[in-house]
Design a protein around this ligand. Structure first.
Ligand SMILES: [Mg+2]
Length: 238
């Protein structure tokens, strides 16, 4: 199968490692913050927080609101986890931990090592590239700028800037219009099975699931990606 006219890329955990290994990240945040109640085993607290986070992000509407105000989302997650652990609802500590975790996540976010090579390789083969990312305007634009990504893309679309995001149909339609390609000429790639596989396939896209750590599809998943890639450079082997 040859390359398509255009490819729409997701950003977080597709081109950059924004949210990988969340439980380990919470463990690190708890270990490095200090001043926590009862001198807890950080790994145990991390499990409870990670469970609260999974609950929080599992609801589509909560997800939509939370990703537009990430600190408020982390406040809600930590409030739930603190209650679960029987810790007092210390608003100041929750705020400090939420900010500490968010800063740590930002610091630890890296461009995947083969991202630039892949984007440049695709451009050299004449593929028109688009970036379509959910999240608030400030954070997502800061990531695009920090990793100097805009230069690779014909169109950059940030949910917080345009006012709508995946999996709303108009998010994909808007991106296609900007790319000037039809859905059958365009691939989409990303790590979110709803946003970048299931909904796009329903709209007619060829959908590639990005599985950066090779974990495989979750048990019981209904998603049937047209293709799964672990390394981005696999796209150049199309
Ligand atoms: Mg993603």
């Amino acid at each position: 199968m040859g390359l398509p006219t255009a490819i729409l890329f997701d950003l977080d955990d597709t081109l950059i490692s924004a949210h990988l290994h969340p439980r380990a990240a919470w463990t690190t945040a708890l270990e490095t913050l200090g001043g926590l109640p009862d001198d807890p085993a950080a790994a145990d607290a991390a499990i409870t927080i990670h469970t609260a986070a999974k609950w929080y992000w599992s609801d589509a509407e909560r997800h939509r609101i939370g990703r537009l105000d990430i600190l408020a989302a982390r406040r809600a997650i930590l409030t739930r986890a603190f209650a679960e652990m029987g810790w007092s609802e210390d608003a100041d500590l929750i705020e400090r931990l939420g900010r500490h975790f968010t800063e740590q996540r930002t610091r630890d976010t890296k461009l995947f090592p083969d991202a630039v090579e892949t984007l440049e390789g695709l451009a050299a083969r004449g593929v028109r590239l688009g970036l379509i990312t959910n999240g608030n305007a400030v954070d997502q634009r800061a990531k695009v700028d920090r990793f100097d990504l805009a230069r690779h893309f014909f169109h950059v679309q940030i949910e917080g800037e345009v006012g709508f995001g995946k999996p709303e149909e108009r998010a994909y339609a808007h991106a296609l219009e900007k790319l000037g390609t039809s859905v059958t000429e365009t691939w989409i790639i990303g790590d979110n099975l709803d946003w970048e596989v299931i909904v796009p396939q329903r709209l007619g896209f060829y959908a590639i699931w990005r599985d950066p750590i090779g974990k495989g599809l979750p048990d019981g998943s209904e998603a049937k990606p047209d293709r799964i890639v672990t390394r981005l450079t696999e796209l150049l082997e199309a």
